[in-house]
Structure formats: C-alpha cells, structure tokens
Design a protein around this ligand. Structure first.
Ligand SMILES: N[C@@H](CCC(=O)N[C@@H](CS)C(=O)NCC(=O)O)C(=O)O
Length: 203
C-alpha cells in the first residue's frame, strides 16, 4: 500500500493526500511529527534529504517533492486529474508553476504569522500582500473564463492551490481574497469536495 510520510496539517502533505483521495488510491499516513523534529531525524532524511515533508513509499518505490508525487499518483491512476488535451494540460502545468513561484511563498508569510506563530515583519507582510494581490488578479482573470484553473475540469492545478488557500482563509488575509469574486467562487466550489473535507479532517 502507498505510504505517505508527512503530517495531516502540512500544506505539502495535503497536496499528496488530496491527490490520493481524488484518484481513490488507498494510503497509510505515516506521521512525521514536526513538533518533535522528526523531519530532521536520520530516518526521515533518508526519505527526504532536505528534511521536509512529504515523502512516499509506494511498494518499494520511494520519492519526495509534493507536486512530483501528485503527478506520479495521477499518472498511475490513468491520467485522471490531468487534462488529456495537450493545451489544457499545458495550462495545468502553467498554473502549477504559478502556484510554486507566485503564490505559495507569499501566502506562507501570512500563514507563518497567523497559523504557525512565526512572526513576520510588517514590511514582509506588506510585500507579500502586494505580490499576492497580483497573483490573485491573474487567477481572477482565468476564473472569470473557466470553472477551474486549467479549464472545465478539476485538475492537479486546483489541488496545488488548495492547501495554502485553506489556511489563508483562516487568517485576516481572507479579506484580501474576498476582493476577487471569481477566486472566491472557485474556492467555494473546490473546498466542498468530499475528498477535501476528508483530507482536512472535516469529512
Ligand atoms: N518543495 C517541497 C517543500 C516541502 C516543504 O517545505 N514541506 C514543509 C511542510 S508543508 C516542511 O517540511 N517544512 C519543514 C521545514 O522546512 O523544516 C515539496 O513540495 O514537497
């Protein structure tokens, strides 16, 4: 059985758990307790040499990096969550890159500040807000046109944006998102998926 080494509250672990849930791949979550520093212990470094989570072991096949794992699981499930049309697939990849380079880092500043008790300087939060507004504006333009980020179908691109968005919506940064009605419409659609409710322990 697929073993996911991570933590149920971890953003990157949730990307993989959600992909497994959507592709109906049964898995066992092997807890890596970051409060105890398990992610920096030799046993975990052997699975994830950067000392982060998640990592997987799929019947002897080991790998790390959440987005790469998500692509592997979707591929193994016969391509669900990945559009078959080349152009829609390219758009999915575009949005995964946007999430990696233009969303995650800025969102994390608010999440550190309000969720993980790692205070950020005001100037850092101001810069993160400005950058997040640019990205949300770009998402808004896309989501005005399409139901999901890569087009008409829910895909890995949506999954990659979900964990940070879930946390942001629990912080004062939710008023930043509230200014983007199509982003909010998308969020309200995807967060109600039973797979997401199960992934975040609300199922
Ligand atoms: N690029 C990696 C990033 C993994 C990552 O930063 N994971 C976080 C939890 S969401 C972590 O392990 N943080 C602990 C640390 O960096 O020490 C991935 O996508 O898997």
């Amino acid at each position: 059985m697929l073993k996911i080494y991570g933590h149920p509250a971890s953003i990157c672990t949730r990307k993989v758990m959600m992909t497994a849930a959507e592709t109906k791949v049964p898995y066992e979550l092997a807890l890596v307790d970051f409060m105890k520093g398990d992610h920096k212990a030799p046993a975990h470094l052997a699975r994830q040499p950067f000392g982060r989570m998640p990592a997987i072991d799929d019947d002897g096949f080991a790998m790390f990096e959440s987005r790469a794992i998500a692509r592997y699981l979707a591929d193994k499930a016969g391509g669900s969550l990945v559009p078959s049309d080349a152009r829609a697939k390219a758009k999915m990849e575009q949005w995964i890159s946007v999430e990696t380079s233009e969303y995650n880092g800025h969102a994390m500043k608010f999440i550190y500040q309000h969720v993980f008790q790692r205070p950020q300087e005001a100037a850092v939060l101001d810069a993160a807000r400005a950058a997040l507004e640019v990205t949300l504006g770009v998402m808004e333009t896309q989501l005005k046109e399409t139901t999901y980020l890569a087009g008409a179908e829910f895909s890995l691109a949506d999954i990659c944006f979900m964990p940070c968005t879930e946390y942001l919506m629990g912080t004062p940064a939710k008023e930043i998102l509230a200014a983007y009605p199509h982003v909010m419409g998308w969020w309200n659609r995807v967060r109600e998926r039973p797979t997401w409710r199960a992934t975040t322990g609300k199922g």
